[in-house]
Every structure is written in structure tokens, then in C-alpha cells.
Design a protein around this ligand. Structure first.
Ligand SMILES: NC(=O)C1=CN([C@@H]2O[C@H](COP(=O)(O)OP(=O)(O)OC[C@H]3O[C@@H](n4cnc5c(N)ncnc54)[C@H](O)[C@@H]3O)[C@@H](O)[C@H]2O)C=CC1
Ligand SMILES: N[C@@H](CC=O)C(=O)O
Ligand code: NA
Length: 432
């Protein structure tokens, strides 16, 4: 069989992982693909000591890889959105298939990129862009094709989950764990993308389009990161039987689709609440199959390479008749499912209210919540710490519309006994 020739652009963490795994498993990969899959050209600013590049053509100009007539598949692993977009569009225009791990690029420019790919009869594959090594795009787009997907929820940023786990299990400082995640190659070039929830929002955008058949709409995702989570809240959550995880959530309601990324209390007994470190997990609810969960390493050189190479092999198998699976899983997309504004979202809440240690304050807070139609599920009142005048009051509410909760919090913060901002974290029970 005719070999398929691969050109890799970017030889950082994922580029090096892809190069090394492809070389190491060359024989098995050729047997699986039904033809040899060879790396023939690398585009990199500099060589990477982790890779033995003897016998492979190397260019400092990544566009030389796209121009190389020997290259069939261009693998974009440089990250970022400007040059990466130019590179991918140039490859498409040259009639080459593309594999990318770049979730920012797909979430923000994917609609345009896929349209260009379809017009040129080539494939842009992006399994590595969501949840690293977990084959979640393949699972949703192909394995669950029979299902009406009602919702999905995932821990989809490895760096963030690694930080939260190390902080809560070992009491380590945020900055210290983030530095380790960077050294391990988990973090984005700008780690604010990880800790502020942007990376998870990119991934959720892609998941939601594949689950619901809607266009990519990154700018409509409600996004919060992990920077405000305190060890105090982690501890109170544990007392209530919950874990705090950073979750991406996409859910259909009667009015449209909720797309949100934020810290979330999840019952500690749920499998997903026990996904720790750099591991990711995505829970998908299909009407036929019920709940399914996909688990694996969400970041790191070789785990991500596993997904990049899976895409390369998919393309290599079908190199003469590409495009059998639509880019976002649906041949016809719908725009009738609007993404709901934050105020229309419905979720339960954890509230931590610091209140003056005076008689009757708890009753006043309960009354304020009830005035806004909010029911409580659980409550913990702590003693004031030695020498302090404020006591923490911790509440769990039943699901409520975000708009009602915003109004209730304003009223609570206006009470004379409440002098600090109310801490609020959403709660998801994830049972349907
Ligand atoms: N690190 C990880 O665990 C994962 C990363 N990704 C994605 O994979 C992509 C690559 O990420 P990493 O390998 O972690 O980043 P990295 O920063 O380790 O590697 C990027 C490489 O591309 C090179 N590069 C950038 N612009 C270039 C240009 N114009 N010409 C030549 N070389 C250029 C850089 O010098 C660097 O060596 C990103 O889109 C990232 O979001 C996706 C899943 C997991
Ligand atoms: N920075 C990302 C890398 C994988 O997508 C993460 O930590 O999840
Ligand atoms: Na994946």
C-alpha cells in the first residue's frame, strides 16, 4: 500500500510526544492503518532534544511543511490562533488533510475552518483538542450516534484538576502546583487559559457542538475559573458530602442550551467527583444508552499524542475518500437551539455567608431566600472563630434560576449583619 506522509509543525510538548510515539509504534500503526505512516517533514523553530530527528527533513519555516508536495497530512501543534489559523487554512487550500490539538483555534475559528475544509474536500481532525488522550470526539460523533444527547458534564482541564487535587489533598499552594503543571507540560503557553476556565470553555464549545449539532459558539459560554476557590470552601463542601471540581456543563432545556464552565460542588459519591490529578472525565447522558463516562489523561505529551495519532490513522485509512464523518458530527446543524444567557440558567447553590454573631440573623437570611422563591436543602452554622465577630453560615439550596439567585444575594448583602460578599458556588448532582 502507498505510504501516507505526515508533516509535523511545532515540536514542543505534544509535537515531541507525537513524533516519539509514532516512531516507537510505527510497525503496529502501519498494520492498523493498512499502510505505512511516515513522518517526512518537521517544521520547528529549533530541534527538541527529546526527539531523534536523523533522516527527517527539518525546516525552520513551518509553511515549508505545507508547501512540501510529499506531505499528505499537516499536523498543527504550534498553538495560538494567528499563525496556526494561517497555517491550517494554507494546508486546506493546498488540498491537505489537517490534524490539530488546538482547541482555541477550533472553538473560535472552527466554523470557518470546517467550511473551508468541506469546500476543499479535506478533513480537519481535532481529537486531541478535547480531554487530551480520551477519545471523546470519536465517542460522541460515532459511538453515540444513535442517541439524543440531553446533557454532558466534564472535568476537561488537566492543569486545573491537578491544582485542585494537590491543594485539597496535600494542602499545597496554588502557585507552587501551577509551576509543577507547567514543568510537566500540562499547562497552556499562557496558564491563565487553564486557571481562568478559558481552555475548558474552548473544549466545552467543541463538545456541545458535537453533542447537539449546533455551530461553535465560544463567546456564549459562561466562564469562571478556579482562582477564587478557598480551602475553607473545600472543607465545608466535604462536610456536606460534596467535592469541588471545575466542570464544563452543556445541557438542553426547553428554552435552549446552557453552556457553562465553573467550580461546582458534586456529590462525593459520584465517580466524576473522584477524578483526580491530571485525569479528565466526561459524563454524557444519551436517551438510549443512559449515562456513559469517559476517563483518561487530559494533558501531557504522550497521552495527547495518542489522540493526535488516532486522527492521523483515521485519515490514513480513508485517504482516498475523506470526509465520511461530518466535522462536528451532524451533516445538518441547527440554529434553533439558542445558547441561554447566564440569568436563565437553573442550578442549585452552595452559599457561604459571613454574618455578625447576633440572635435572629439566620432567620432573616432564610426569610430573604424564601422571599425570592429559594428553598434550602441543608445548612451548617459554625461558631465564630476565637476573637472574631463574624460566623460562617453555609447553605445548600434547591435548583433555582440564576436571576432569582442574583437578586437574593443582593438582598442578603444589604442586610446590616452581612458585611462581606456572599460566596456562591454552583451545585450539580449529575444524576440525569
Ligand atoms: N500540552 C498538552 O498537554 C496539550 C496541549 N494541547 C494543545 O497542543 C498545542 C501545542 O501545545 P504544547 O505542545 O503543549 O505547546 P508547546 O509550547 O510545548 O509547543 C509549541 C511549539 O511550537 C513552536 N512554535 C510556535 N510557533 C511556531 C512557529 N511560528 N514556527 C515554528 N514553531 C513554532 C514552539 O516553539 C513550541 O516548541 C496547543 O494548541 C495546545 O493547546 C492539547 C492537548 C494537550
Ligand atoms: N492545558 C490543557 C492541556 C490539554 O488540553 C490542560 O491542562 O488540560
Ligand atoms: Na480527546
Amino acid at each position: 500500500m502507498k505510504p501516507v506522509n505526515v508533516g509535523i509543525c511545532g515540536l514542543g510538548t505534544v509535537g515531541a510526544g507525537t513524533f516519539n510515539v509514532l516512531q516507537r509504534n510505527l510497525h503496529d500503526i502501519a498494520r492498523r492503518a493498512g499502510r505505512p505512516v511516515r513522518i517526512v517533514h518537521i517544521g520547528a523553530r529549533r530541534d527538541n532534544p527529546a526527539c531523534q530527528l536523523d533522516g527527517v527533513k527539518v525546516s525552520r519555516d513551518i509553511f515549508a511543511v505545507v508547501r512540501d508536495p510529499d506531505v499528505h497530512i499537516v499536523v498543527e501543534l504550534i498553538g495560538g490562533m494567528t499563525v496556526a489559523k494561517e497555517l491550517v487554512l494554507a494546508a486546506i487550500a493546498a488540498g491537505k488533510d489537517v490534524v490539530t490539538a488546538n482547541k482555541a483555534l477550533i472553538a473560535v475559528h472552527g466554523n470557518e475552518i470546517f467550511a473551508a475544509a468541506e469546500a476543499n474536500n479535506v478533513v480537519v481532525a481535532y481529537e486531541a483538542a478535547v480531554a487530551g488522550g480520551i477519545p471523546i470526539i470519536k465517542a460522541i460523533r460515532e459511538g453515540l450516534v444513535a442517541n439524543h444527547i440531553q446533557s454532558l458534564a466534564g472535568i476537561i482541564n488537566g492543569t486545573g484538576n491537578f491544582i485542585l487535587t494537590e491543594m485539597s489533598e496535600k494542602g499545597r499552594a496554588f502557585a507552587d502546583v501551577l509551576a509543577e503543571a507547567q514543568a510537566l507540560g500540562y499547562a497552556e503557553a499562557d496558564p491563565a487559559f487553564d486557571v481562568e476556565g478559558i481552555d475548558a470553555a474552548h473544549k466545552l464549545t467543541i463538545l456541545a457542538s458535537n453533542a447537539f449539532g449546533i455551530p461553535l459558539q465560544f463567546s456564549k459560554v459562561y466562564t469562571e475559573g478556579i482562582t477564587e476557590i478557598t480551602s475553607e470552601d473545600v472543607q465545608f463542601a466535604e462536610e456536606l458530602g460534596y467535592r469541588i471540581k471545575h466542570l464544563g456543563l452543556a445541557r438542553r432545556t426547553e428554552e435552549g442550551v446552557e453552556l457553562r464552565v465553573h467550580p461546582t460542588l458534586i456529590p462525593a459519591k459520584r465517580l466524576i467527583a473522584n477524578v483526580n490529578g491530571v485525569m479528565n472525565a466526561v459524563l454524557v447522558f444519551g436517551d438510549a444508552v443512559g449515562p456513559t463516562m469517559y476517563y483518561g489523561q487530559g494533558a501531557g505529551a504522550e497521552a495527547t499524542a495518542s489522540a493526535v495519532i488516532a486522527d492521523i490513522v483515521d485519515i490514513a485509512r480513508d485517504i482516498d475518500s475523506p470526509g465520511l464523518v461530518p466535522h462536528l458530527g451532524f451533516s445538518v446543524e441547527t440554529t434553533d437551539l439558542p445558547v441561554l444567557p447566564a440569568e436563565a440558567m437553573v442550578t442549585a447553590y452552595y452559599l457561604r455567608i459571613s454574618v455578625k454573631d447576633e440572635v435572629g440573623q439566620m432567620a432573616k437570611i432564610a426569610e430573604t431566600l424564601s422571599m425570592h422563591g429559594i428553598n434550602m436543602e441543608a445548612i451548617i452554622q459554625k461558631e465564630a472563630p476565637e476573637g472574631e465577630l463574624l460566623v460562617p453560615l453555609i447553605l445548600l439550596t434547591q435548583p433555582v434560576r440564576e436571576k432569582a439567585m442574583n437578586a437574593a444575594i443582593l438582598s442578603i448583602e444589604a442586610l446590616p449583619a452581612v458585611t462581606e460578599k456572599v460566596v456562591r458556588i454552583r451545585v450539580e448532582r449529575l444524576d440525569s
